[in-house]
Design a protein around this ligand. Structure first.
Ligand code: GTP
Ligand code: MG
Length: 137
């Protein structure tokens, strides 16, 4: 579809980079359909990242994702999921291409500034995790 889901992570909200990151997202041609500032409990972070339950870093990831404010958003653009993954760059900032959001703002492979859905199906599931139909315009 033409939608994806993203979330600015606690390292980036803590570093006051919400505006700079949102500006890059809009300048790359994405329209913001839904957006808010909120936070996850460790339990809710665990639900959001349930697909990673068996990974060795799951517990650390849930602790990190509940350590500060997050800014979830639903975004619209042609080819949204794939184009957004290109805009944010590789998971590990050391491997993220120059000019990508993670290259510019991420601190580590865990505190990597931003999330991007990896499929249309997950984009819909993740968007519905945070936003009702009445919050999408
Ligand atoms: P997301 O867009 O957040 O889903 O990142 P991704 O798709 O690039 O990576 P993946 O889904 O594989 O991992 C989810 C998140 O777990 C990453 O964004 C990191 O925050 C964290 N993570 C991934 N790999 C590692 C790791 O090796 N160690 C630690 N501590 N965290 C990791
Ligand atoms: Mg992922």
């Amino acid at each position: 579809t033409n939608r994806t889901f993203t979330m600015i992570k606690p390292d980036a909200t803590g570093a006051n980079n919400v505006g700079a990151i949102t500006k890059m997202i809009e300048e790359a041609g994405f329209r913001i359909i839904a957006m808010k500032k909120t936070a996850l409990s460790k339990e809710l972070a665990g639900k959001f990242y349930a697909i990673h339950k068996e990974r060795p870093f799951y517990n650390d990831l849930c602790a990190y994702m509940s350590s500060g404010a997050i800014v979830p958003m639903i975004l619209e653009k042609d080819n949204a999921v794939e184009d957004f993954r290109k805009l944010i760059g590789a998971t590990d900032p050391a491997k993220a291409a120059p000019g990508t959001i993670r290259n510019l703002f991420a601190k580590s492979i865990e505190a990597n500034a931003i999330h991007g859905s990896d499929s249309d199906e997950n984009a819909a599931i993740e968007g519905a995790f945070f936003f009702s139909q009445f919050e999408q315009f």
